[in-house]
Design a protein around this ligand. Sequence first.
Ligand code: GDP
Ligand code: MG
Length: 686
Amino acid sequence: MGVFGVFATSQLRNIGILAHIDAGKTTLTERVLFYSGVIPLMGEVHDGTTVTDWMSQEQERGITITAASISCRWRDTHINLIDTPGHVDFTVEVERSLRVLDGAVAVLSAVDGVQSQTEAVWRQAQHHRLPVLAFVNKMDREGADVHQVVSDIETRLGVKPVLFQLPLVVDEEFVGVIDILSREVVRFDSSTKGVRTTTESVPEHILDEVEIAREMLLDAVLVEGDPLVDAYLLHGDLPRETVIEAARRVVHAGKIVPVFCGAVLKNIGVQPLLDAVVDLLPAPTEITPETSIWGSAALALKADVEGPLAALVFKRMNDLRVGSVTYIRLFSGQLKVGDTVLNPRTGQHVVIGRLVRMLANEPVELKSVGAGDIAAVVGLEAQATGDTLCSIEHPLQLEAMTFPQSVAFVALEPATAEDSAPLEKAVRSLVEEDPTLQLSIDPHTGQLLVRGVGELQLEVLSERLRIDYRLHCRSSKPRVAYLETVSQSAEASACFSREVDAVLQEAEISIRLSAATRGDGLQLLWAKEHQDLPKDFLRAMEEGFRQGLKSAGDQGYDIVDVLIQVTDIQRKNDSETELAFRLSAREAVVKALSQIKTICLEPQMRVEIVTPDDYMGPVVGDLSARRGNITQVLAKAKHQVVTALVPLSTMFGYATDLRSLTQGRASFTMQFYRYERITSSEDSPA
Ligand code: GDP
Ligand code: MG
């Protein structure tokens, strides 16, 4: 039973909106909510009144930071919509949304075409095999060219775009869309904010153009061997519904990307796009089932309410009004208020107290959620993003999510002593929401150190503390999160023997510590005879090793990429305890490290810059001054796409620098690539 009444799983769509910043995602989302009747009034981005940009940060910057999952009903279909952020510092939002979505709408600007972030996000969607519809927005702007965007999609993204609509332009003004299949013009009555639409036949002078586009559409949709091909050849035409059915299949298979157009700010083209979402994108029952990785056999989880419960936690938020909100996607089974479920990672039993659906930003209570659907559980503690919730009788586990590495950090300090406790509490709450943020406390200064994936993410964090939480705090400039590693090897032994709580606790181990391959983190090697030790002891030692490597480099950074071989364990029989193993493991690492020097590693970023030809010289010169290594240059119409590997330490403030270097004409994306030895001594972090 949903908020909008009962609906079958086949009448459900879980859809994301992907776009480069400013393409019009938020404006579109607002229209979707308005036309589907969720909100009575339409807000605007430039007024700061949209529903999905409700965080003050978003309203001030005009960008979307958190992916709010919101729901609406279109025709007889229930649509869960995830507005995803356009900035690369928030790719984790995009990534975790993609995991729970079954299809996406890519919003492109009719003037700018495929931009760097569209491309990055699109590739992520391809990786998840999501069927995508393209919506070419801003058709009202000067220089809008749907055909140019189509060719851009084809060349830059390597997919096959197929026009399902053409723009109707009268006296150089974009006034409506032409449905190529029905040969009808749809107009949107501006006096009703586009709510009322009218259809009419295509004007004579563009009939030819429509027919050509129609041929191309049918060609792309009718697959060889399809019996429809014969029917088409026989009758010379096919009914719209038949073609849509065929299109649905090729879209789901990822063979084509249907292209639609509009100008959402002018309220043109939104309803036909919603029709396309219902008609062309898959229901949860039509996607490749997720598999459970619990136990030895993989179990396919179909979107069936009768199946075992399989819910994925894909987002956690601490909403200032509602409290802690845990977003889940049910891949299989059913979840009811009052159920007790299992988190297989923690082994904890969890009681489902409140289930809600987010209609815009208002929670609406639910009694249950069924397979395929997305909802939120209120008041759940200790569930992490990526966790599975399953039934106690039928334990299973969904594949975890991978997140980008956190390579930058800021140090936060309360402005006054009174702010100290609330500040830490607020930071913990924000860190809990975002799996790419990590908090540690500087042992020397007591400052809160927050690690994240990039500058903007950390800036937004500090601003949320100041504005949303009204806290007075000072924040350092973003700094590089260096790591350290070893190049030599060392051996050490450690023995722990002490009475704790009147019980003798003992352990004694010897290790050999050496360099491992870059990117391996900590590699452990146990001798055969140690593998039979109780699992709790092995785990305790591993924990001890990790503690020993923490902040243990010569410069005080964490040590990674080491191999620890446990060469000997002197058995103490009854007096062996987890505590003793953990502490002796830690001491062994500390002793081994004291004999050797460590080497500093810095994060290298993969930067992609799209710049007009005219600015190519300055952009490249600037990159080499930043110790950048150019790996690729691709020429596009009037643009160059430059890819380079650049140390993060030279990239803070790049957004501003690139803007002034190119008068705002270039754009860039930046992602973590890998940690590497620092080559230039002047850049060593000390
Ligand atoms: P987002 O960053 O993708 O969420 O984009 P927004 O919805 O915030 O829109 C960015 C800017 O483009 C805002 O100033 C909008 O008013 C404007 N905009 C959005 N859609 C259109 C459109 O169809 N035509 C024109 N001319 N401007 C638009
Ligand atoms: Mg937005």
